[in-house]
Design a protein around this ligand. Structure first.
Ligand SMILES: Nc1ncnc2c1ncn2[C@@H]1O[C@H](COP(=O)(O)OP(=O)(O)OP(=O)(O)O)[C@@H](O)[C@H]1O
Ligand SMILES: [Mg+2]
Length: 320
C-alpha cells in the first residue's frame, strides 16, 4: 500500500544476462496464509491459488514490451520475471513447471508460439487479465475496491483502464512510462539498470533540480503552494546523479498522476489503482504518485506485487 518501502520479492537483481527468479511456497496451504506478508509475491500467488482448483496447474503469462511475467497457480504457486528478449528462457521455465493450461496476454504473447510445453496457449484480453488480477491482489491485501475505478498499468508505457467489476476498458494512456525512466536514466546517469536508478533516486533531492512555485514567487502571493513543481528540471542547481534520478521519478510520477486523475475525473471515478513493474521496489515513484494523486482529489492505491497483476489475472481467467 501507500508508503511501502520494502523490497518486493520475486524481482531479482538485474545485470547478469537475464533475470529470472522463481518464488516457491511451502506445501502447507492452510498453515501458510497467516504468515504470508502483505507484499509477498508468493502470497499473492497463494491467494490466486485459492480461487482455483488445486488439482490443475494454471499458468498465466503477461508478456510485455520489456518483461515477461509468469504466475503459476497451483498447490505451490510460483512466479518468474524474465526479460521479453529471452523467450527461450520463458519456454524453458514453462517446460520445468509443466502446467496443465497456459493463459497468455500482453503485446508480446504471440512470441510464445502456437505450442509450448505440449500445450496450446489460450490468448486472453490484457485489459480483462489486468482487471481480474487487480481484484485478486486487492482481496489479498484486504483492500476493498469500489465497483468502478481507474486501473493504471505502469509498464514500459502507461495504459489507463476503467474497471467495472471484473471487466476492463482502456480509457487512455501515455507514452511516459518505465521505458522513459530507463532510457533517460541511461542517457543522463549512465545507469545500467532499473535497480540502479531506483537506488539512486532514494538518496536524491529533486528540489535542487526542479523549479518550484516558491522559487518564483518569493512574496507569498503565489497562486499555488510554494512546494509545487513549476517546471520539472527547470532549476538544475544540482547535477548530482542522486538528485537527477529523484527528479526523473518526479517528472514521471507527477505527469502520470496528472493524466490519470484527469481521466478519472472525465469518467466520474474517484479511485486510481496503480500496478506494473515500474513500481517494483520503487518507493520514490510510489510516493510521488501518491502525493500528486491525492493533491488532485483522487484516492490512490498501490497493488502489492504490482508486476504480476496481468499474469495472475490471466491465470485466474483460466478458471472461468
Ligand atoms: N528487472 C527489471 N528489468 C528491467 N526493467 C524493470 C525491471 N524491474 C522493473 N523494471 C521497470 O519496469 C518497466 C516494465 O514494466 P512492465 O513489466 O509492467 O511493462 P511491460 O509489460 O514489459 O510493458 P508494456 O505493458 O508497456 O508492454 C521497465 O520499463 C522498467 O522501468
Ligand atoms: Mg504490460
Amino acid at each position: 500500500m501507500a508508503g511501502r518501502q520494502e523490497k518486493k520479492p520475486g524481482v531479482g537483481e538485474q545485470g547478469e544476462g537475464f533475470l529470472l527468479q522463481a518464488v516457491e511456497l511451502g506445501v502447507h496451504r492452510r498453515l501458510m496464509l497467516p504468515s504470508v506478508s502483505e507484499s509477498s509475491l508468493a502470497g499473492a500467488g497463494w491467494y490466486a491459488a485459492q480461487q482455483m482448483s488445486t488439482s490443475s496447474r494454471m499458468l498465466g503469462i503477461d508478456a510485455g514490451a520489456t518483461l515477461c511475467k509468469l504466475a503459476l497457480s497451483c498447490e505451490r504457486p510460483q512466479t518468474a520475471l524474465i526479460p521479453s528478449t529471452h523467450f527461450d528462457a520463458v519456454r524453458q521455465q514453462i517446460e520445468r513447471w509443466r502446467p496443465d493450461r497456459i493463459l497468455a496476454t500482453g503485446g508480446r504473447a504471440k512470441q510464445l508460439g502456437e505450442r509450448v510445453a505440449g500445450l496450446e496457449p489460450r490468448w486472453v484480453s490484457e485489459v480483462d487479465a489486468w482487471a481480474r488480477g487487480a481484484s485478486v491482489l486487492a482481496r489479498r491485501q484486504g483492500l476493498e475496491l469500489p465497483p468502478r475505478y481507474v486501473l493504471v498499468s505502469l509498464g514500459t508505457g502507461t495504459s489507463v483502464l476503467e474497471v467495472r467489476g471484473d471487466k476492463g476498458t482502456r480509457i487512455g494512456g501515455t507514452a511516459l512510462g518505465g521505458g522513459t525512466l530507463v532510457g533517460l536514466g541511461r542517457m543522463l546517469l549512465q545507469a545500467g539498470s532499473f535497480q540502479e536508478l531506483t537506488q539512486l533516486a532514494r538518496r536524491g533531492d529533486r528540489r535542487k533540480v526542479d523549479l518550484l512555485v516558491g522559487d518564483i514567487y518569493s512574496d507569498g502571493r503565489a497562486p499555488l503552494p510554494p512546494q509545487v513543481t513549476a517546471s520539472n528540471f527547470g532549476k538544475l542547481a544540482s547535477t548530482r546523479d542522486v538528485d537527477l534520478a529523484h527528479a526523473l521519478m518526479g517528472l514521471l510520477g507527477e505527469n502520470i498522476a496528472l493524466i490519470c486523475s484527469a481521466l478519472a475525473r472525465l469518467h466520474g471515478l474517484e479511485t486510481v489503482v496503480f500496478g506494473g513493474s515500474t513500481l517494483n521496489d520503487n518507493p520514490t515513484l510510489e510516493q510521488t504518485l501518491e502525493l500528486s494523486t491525492r493533491a488532485l482529489g483522487q484516492r490512490p492505491h498501490f497493488l502489492g506485487t504490482a508486476a504480476f497483476c496481468g499474469a495472475l489475472g490471466a491465470a485466474a481467467l483460466g478458471e472461468v
